[in-house]
Write a protein that binds this ligand. Structure first.
Ligand SMILES: Cc1ncc(COP(=O)(O)O)c(C=O)c1O
Length: 296
């Protein structure tokens, strides 16, 4: 926390922290995995670079460089004796200003680490999840920065997620303001039809996911045709396969959209392949992608 290692109970902030009132913060989600040669963090530098980009987008000056954040993350895993786990870096405006202009408030930077299992459930990873196209639209680039992980923007994801769960679905799919498919509440989306793998482009208002990039690379290198192109709602209904990607969700199959089965309602071969390649890559079992791992 702000450059110090702090016990859990002492990692507290003041109730008048700017970020608590107005969502003036940026964050990351990162996973560390057990590999045959020790604990490794998946694409750690890229995550910290994205944190810096998000901070730039929202005008939040960070006093820790990417290298310092990388080093602190490694140490945090060691100190917490975590062989695998989830890292949550967060930078936010703290005390010093309670008006809307955050200038004058100090910028706080924390990284937390804990053990976190399958975000959408073990059964979800195995058999797929049920989704609903949300009545909420994804934040638009004329209003916020969708391709930045700003804390305030997540109110939008939370509205969609809460509705989906209240309606007995596992996850929401958000369309953008033009009606094109954007992404899940905290995941990117992939649609497979006749062997072609399609994922919405950055201009569809997505967060440019690091898992998305990894899976596109893994599938392309495995000989699949992968494209970034706009996806419409009926593409979801006609798809052979759909899956989500994200640090928390990893590669999670989607077995239903709006009560319609995806394909035959079971995870298909491309989804299974993506899951298998991703799991092997993150756990150091694919030599060609070892450069994605930051060994602790
Ligand atoms: C809105 C949103 N989209 C996509 C993703 C997936 O990004 P990544 O694969 O980098 O975790 C996340 C998770 O960080 C997210 O919150």
């Amino acid at each position: 926390m702000d450059g110090e290692f702090v016990p859990w109970d002492e990692a507290t902030v003041h109730v008048l922290s700017h970020g608590l009132h107005y969502g003036t913060g940026v964050f990351e989600g990162i996973r560390a995995y057990e590999t045959p040669t020790g604990t490794a963090v998946f694409r750690l530098t890229e995550h910290m670079e994205r944190l810096h980009r998000s901070a730039k987008a929202y005008g939040i000056p960070l006093r820790f460089g990417v290298d310092e954040l990388v080093k602190a993350s490694r140490q945090l895993l060691v100190d917490n004796e975590l062989e695998s786990g989830y890292l949550r870096p967060l930078a936010f405006y703290g005390l010093g200003s309670i008006g809307l202009n955050p200038a004058g408030a100090e910028v706080r930077v924390i990284i937390a680490a804990w053990q976190w299992g399958a975000y959408l459930g073990e059964d979800g990873l195995k058999n797929g999840i049920r989704t609903q196209v949300s009545s909420w639209r994804r934040i638009d680039q004329a209003m916020l920065n969708p391709n930045a992980k700003g804390t305030g923007g997540y109110l939008n994801s939370i509205l969609a997620k809460q509705d989906a769960v209240k309606n007995s679905y596992d996850e929401a799919i958000l369309l953008n303001s033009q009606g094109f498919v954007s992404e899940g509440s905290g995941e990117n989306i992939f649609v497979i039809k006749n062997g072609v793998v399609t994922t919405p482009p950055v201009t569809a208002g997505i967060l440019e996911g690091i898992t998305r990039d990894s899976v596109m690379t893994l599938l392309r290198d495995d000989g699949h045709q992968v494209q970034e192109a706009n996806v419409i709602r009926s593409d979801l209904y006609y798809a052979d396969e759909i899956f989500f990607t994200g640090t928390a969700a990893e590669v999670t199959p989607v077995r239903e959209v709006d009560d319609r089965p995806v394909g035959d309602g079971r995870p298909g071969p491309v989804t299974r392949k993506a899951q298998d390649l991703f799991q092997k890559a993150v756990t150091g079992r694919l030599e060609a992608y070892r450069h994605w791992l930051d060994y602790v």
